[in-house]
Design a protein around this ligand. Sequence first.
Ligand code: SF4
Length: 367
Amino acid sequence: GMPKAPDPVLSPRRQTRQIKVGAVGVGSESPISVQSMTTTPTTDINSTLQQIAELTAAGCDIVRVACPSQDDADALPAIAAKSPIPVIADIHFQPKYVYAAIDAGCAAVRVNPGNIRKFDDQIAEISRRAEAAGVSIRIGVNAGSLDKRLLEKYGKATPEAMVESAVWEASLFEEHGFRDFKISVKHNDPVTMVRAYELLAERGDWPLHLGVTEAGPALQGTVKSATAFGALLSRGIGDTIRVSLSAPPVEEVKVGTHILQSLGLRPRKLEIVSCPSCGRAQVDVYKLADEVTAGLEGMEVPLRVAVMGCVVNGPGEAREADLGVASGNGKGQIFVKGEVIKTVPESQIVESLIEEAMRIAEEMGEP
Ligand code: SF4
């Protein structure tokens, strides 16, 4: 199960209706979940399951797979059955794949109202079948594929245009008595995206799936997503998140997890507090921080480890952490819970920190 969020957070969650994506709750009663999307061809069942396993290990809660053809639809039953986390089928253009995904045992289906034209006629049928199968839906509006009618009305994918598309689609499902859906209104510009979600949040109690679409390569995408999600999540808006990067999906999960941890919305495991280094540094701080991070990666206990380059701020920060080192004069003072427990030569700093971290983890009962 997903860990509960620690206190304190910046704002209480916006109250939403609660839905299920398989075993994962999405809505204000549940912790904010992290999603990603596989990059393997969905037809390649083994590679897709392998990638889902990697995403799961990285902390992904829900995974989405593309379903652009009948061959992809045919692969869904095996993927849905063997995936350790709920699978959402991503459907554009063809309502028949929505039915295939429901029959395949997918936990949810993402539909794009801008891309499925004959869709409105079929909402009654989709609602009936989804309801019967316990499948939830995401209405996924995307700036790049906005409904043509709204594009003409607004001139471009403005926040108002995206929200109008989403609210229209939501009303169609609700007219048919179907309420188990969440909504996204993704745009590649964080400011437009934030405004769109703010407007959408005022229009109904739907759970919201946050995303900055086509956010870019790793650095740019990380900053855009962190900025936009931070603006919304800090005010309680957002129930599940997907970071989009032009990078392997495991990176998306790591970034998403870090965003939630930074906002106090997901408990931290390992946190490395390392200084930026400066002209006073007496060790190679970057190398030391990288080595300590690598050595402690995968630790399941919450541990704050300070890696400091000199004795100016070093001892102070190292004392605040569970474990830390303040370096100087070719040596490192190793701190545990605020006490200097030993001073070791520089060459032994990393192994000493790892050794102490393991000991603390064991004491906490979760090696
Ligand atoms: Fe510079 Fe020392 Fe601060 Fe690191 S801890 S940034 S080396 S003053």
